[in-house]
Design a protein around this ligand. Structure first.
Ligand SMILES: Cc1cc2nc3c(=O)[nH]c(=O)nc-3n(C[C@H](O)[C@H](O)[C@H](O)COP(=O)(O)OP(=O)(O)OC[C@H]3O[C@@H](n4cnc5c(N)ncnc54)[C@H](O)[C@@H]3O)c2cc1C
Length: 367
């Protein structure tokens, strides 16, 4: 029921704007407010703090359902719920939980700032510097590739308190949008998920109150590893939804488009392509749902999370590519939905750990 509700919302409120949002590289006015109104930005936030009091599995269903229509909107919901809210639920003090989760449920979007120009896969080689100051910390440096940057009011920023300490210097700090010295910089002009803002962040002597430390000093690496392990399942869900969306368009088109006097869906080659796609989607779905259930059940899930993200992103790319071909020439132009799914799929193999990083995690677990 929850999936069906979110999918219906996506079809009614998002689908009509998908093309314009992709071209304009921004979300339709009022769309984010609707996501908040529907409770999709506080899925796991307790009801007492204004959230929906749902499970991680609910978040996965919402991301999947939205991605069937627009993976760019899905990533906003994904980062906010599975990275930012998740980190706070897990690591924040009671005061911080009340303060930030209430805001994050009510209308403040969240961003997660780990990557830098020189540290992507090697995330813990980050250079952003936090130094102790009278009131807390002085933050300097730059972040790159930060999703939700234009829309967010709260940023979870990873910086080092002690570069000589390596990963043990990494510390997580909350930075509010209006902090003096903090600016959201250049927005990337992307291949896919173009409506989602991906920006550089600049910190110039930002004074961050001591109360904005998340967890302990030097334990930011642990927060990053653990939130990304979970977040990966969200990206698996995004890629799963993308594949389902592309499949739906391909199946409908194949039944409408006529060649040689009949719908192209009457040709066995087209049927087999759609059957292969459906089978791969089913496998990806079981892997994503299994990882989410393990997580909700308090069982080990790191291996399954990496596997589902790796596999779902491969399936998304294959299914979206096949969808373009089923649309023929129409698959290659912007008047039809196929090419956007194809462009949007590529990032699934890159963010929240490239496919090689997933393989490294899986290899470590299985060997
Ligand atoms: C649209 C978008 C949104 C993003 N949003 C966020 C965000 O919100 N927050 C955030 O912090 N980051 C974000 N990122 C950053 C993203 O997580 C990184 O781009 C990703 O981790 C890869 O890092 P990189 O780009 O530096 O690539 P690199 O690390 O330079 O990798 C380049 C290639 O080398 C390979 N490689 C690197 N090291 C190894 C190795 N040891 N073994 C084998 N192969 C290796 C990689 O697999 C890849 O194929 C986003 C990126 C994009 C594109």
């Amino acid at each position: 029921m929850f999936y069906a509700t979110v999918r219906q919302f996506a079809l009614e409120a998002i689908a009509p704007a998908v093309r314009t949002m992709d071209e304009d590289q921004k979300f339709a006015p009022g769309l984010i407010d609707k996501l908040f109104d529907l409770g999709l930005m506080g899925i796991e936030i307790p009801e007492a703090l204004g959230g929906a009091g749902g499970s991680f599995f609910d978040a996965v269903l919402a991301i999947q359902a939205i991605a069937t229509v627009d993976p760019a909107v899905a990533v906003l919901v994904d980062v906010h719920n599975t990275l930012v809210v998740n980190a706070i639920r897990r690591w924040a003090s009671e005061d911080q939980r009340v303060k930030w989760l209430t805001k994050l449920a009510a209308g403040t979007a969240g961003a997660y700032a780990l990557s830098e120009a020189g540290s992507g896969s090697d995330a813990f080689a980050l250079q952003a510097r936090a130094e102790k100051s009278d009131g807390g910390y002085r933050l300097n440096g730059r972040k790159l590739w930060i999703s939700n940057a234009r829309e967010s009011g709260l940023f979870l920023v990873f910086a080092t308190l002690d570069p000589a300490a390596g990963y043990r210097g990494i510390t997580a700090l909350f930075v509010e949008k209006d902090t003096p010295g903090f600016t959201v910089g250049r927005k990337e002009d992307k291949l896919g998920i173009r409506a989602s803002s991906t920006c550089e962040l600049l910190f110039d002597n930002c004074e961050i109150p001591a109360a904005n430390l998340l967890g302990e000093e030097g334990k930011g690496y642990k927060i990053a590893i653990e939130t990304l392990n979970e977040g990966r399942i969200g990206i698996g869900a995004q890629m799963l939804g993308l594949a389902e969306g592309a499949w739906g368009h391909a199946a409908k088109y194949a039944q409408e488009r006529r060649q040689f006097g009949k719908p192209i869906a009457d040709f066995q080659a087209v049927q087999f392509a759609l059957a292969e796609m459906a089978t791969e989607i089913e496998a990806a779905k079981l892997m994503v749902y299994n990882a989410a259930r393990l997580k909700d059940g308090g069982q080990p899930y790191v291996r399954e999370a990496a596997m589902c993200k790796l596999f779902a992103s491969q399936v998304a790319e294959r299914v979206a590519s096949q969808c373009v071909e089923i649309f023929g020439g129409n698959g290659f132009v912007r008047d039809y939905p196929a090419e956007k799914y194809y462009r949007d799929a590529k990032v699934g193999k890159i963010y929240e750990g490239t496919s090689n990083m997933q393989l490294m995690t899986i290899a470590k677990q299985v060997l």
